[in-house]
Design a protein around this ligand. Structure first.
Ligand code: SF4
Ligand code: SF4
Length: 395
């Protein structure tokens, strides 16, 4: 339990996050486009309802309990509502802070999230897999492993791409692209631990700090000048939530790297006669403003026709995999993902391209469950299979 002065600071910070403008307005415009509210149609699970709960708890009108926890953890942290709020309130930030606040007050983590936290504590990843499993993606590598050099690029794979067997093609594709484009690069394999994104979104601050420290030490020790990651969650977390702990190290998403090598003609891609739509991952789009790079990459592929979904770029709808919702509310997550796949189908595209492991997981599962004509493909895998000597195949 925290001491009273710390508790007062906590309340002050939270009050700032849930700005007073919402108190006066309470218009509910933010419900427009909230994928969770659209599915459940319950005011308490809308951004407006969650703000009301946060204020009631902070003012001492409501004692936080299990129901409050359930409501706090029903948010995808996708920030779609902020595009509809005239006051541009940062509701996701408030929810993330509120979750941490509830845990600091001694409330129990949701049982669905407890396994994930235990796995992080024991193995350094949320998927319950041994640390040595992180090497799996590199076992069938066709790229030549050069001796790392100070100042080189470092490929930070992330837990989900490294440990989900259905996603191994992505780290292999990114490594293959980095290999083909010349410079030496390093991989951390079992020295990499979770970036801490998942546990930070859940509100467990201490564990996040430990993971951040471990990764920063390894990255700085490597002497790398740039960290390149194909995971949108890792990118957002390392670039924005690691603060200045990685001073002097540039953090890039793989789409930024791929665009750079395409523009400089260090990488060339063959054509593809296909209609494709692109899904903006929330961590890459609304959180980091990376909307143009993936589209520009697709523009390098001759014959490819890019068609936009009704909700794209800033207005893109979440895949359903964010904010710990998939773990706590699996059915809700799938419903949100299915809606997104239906949106993709309406464009007439045969391929739904995206740039995040969680989006690939949720949208692929939704596409399969709908027996959809749309297949999901991660952007590095697409680029690598169209580039000369592509080496990012399935295991
Ligand atoms: S972040 Fe997403 S799920 Fe959460 S309230 Fe906003 S729109 Fe809804
Ligand atoms: S749209 Fe903005 S001001 Fe209106 S209720 Fe939602 S968060 Fe509050």
């Amino acid at each position: 339990m925290t001491d009273p002065s710390t508790q007062a600071d906590d309340v002050g910070e939270m009050m700032e996050a849930v700005s007073e403008s919402c108190v006066y307005c309470r218009c509910g415009c933010c419900k427009d486009g909230c994928p969770v509210y659209e599915e459940v149609l319950e005011e308490s699970m809308s951004p407006k309802g969650r703000n009301e709960l946060i204020r009631a708890v902070l003012k001492g009108i409501v004692e936080p309990d299990e129901r409050a926890m359930r409501i706090a953890y029903s948010c995808l942290l996708c920030r779609r509502d902020e595009e509809s709020c005239g006051a541009r309130l940062k509701n996701s930030e408030a929810v993330e802070q509120f979750r941490a606040f509830l845990l600091r007050r001694g409330l129990e983590m949701l049982p669905e999230h407890r396994d994930l936290a235990n796995s992080l504590r024991n193995y350094g990843n949320p998927w319950g897999q041994a640390r040595s499993s992180r090497k799996r993606w590199a076992s069938a590598a066709t790229w030549s492993q050069r001796a790392p050099q100070p100042g080189s690029n470092l490929l930070f794979v992330g837990c989900t791409f490294a440990l989900d067997r259905s996603l191994l093609a992505t780290p292999r594709a990114v490594a293959s692209i980095m290999d083909k484009t010349g410079g030496s690069f390093q991989v951390m394999l079992e020295d990499e631990v979770c970036c801490g994104s998942t546990i930070k979104r859940i509100g467990e601050e201490r564990m996040f700090s430990e993971l951040r420290k471990a990764n920063c030490e390894s990255i700085l020790f490597s002497g790398a000048r740039r960290v390149v990651t194909p995971c949108s969650g890792c990118y957002k977390t390392i670039a924005q939530d690691y603060g200045d702990m990685l001073q002097g190290v540039e953090v890039m998403h793989s789409t930024q790297y791929i665009l750079e090598v395409l523009r400089s003609q260090r990488l060339r891609v063959a054509g593809l006669d296909a209609t494709v739509t692109y899904h903006d991952p929330c961590h890459l789009g609304r959180y980091a403003g990376i909307y143009d790079e993936p589209r520009e990459i697709l523009g390098f592929i001759s014959g490819l026709s890019l068609v936009e979904m009704r909700n794209s770029r800033e207005l893109s709808m979440c895949c359903g995999g964010g904010g710990g919702v998939k773990t706590a509310y699996g059915d809700l997550s799938l419903r949100v993902a299915r809606k997104r796949v239906r949106e993709a189908e309406r464009t007439g595209a045969s391929i739904l391209v995206t740039a995040c492991p969680f989006c690939v997981q949720t949208l692929s599962a939704a596409s399969e469950s709908l027996d959809s004509s749309v297949t999901v493909e991660e952007i590095s895998v697409l680029v690598d299979r169209l580039s000369a000597d592509g080496g990012g195949g399935e295991s």
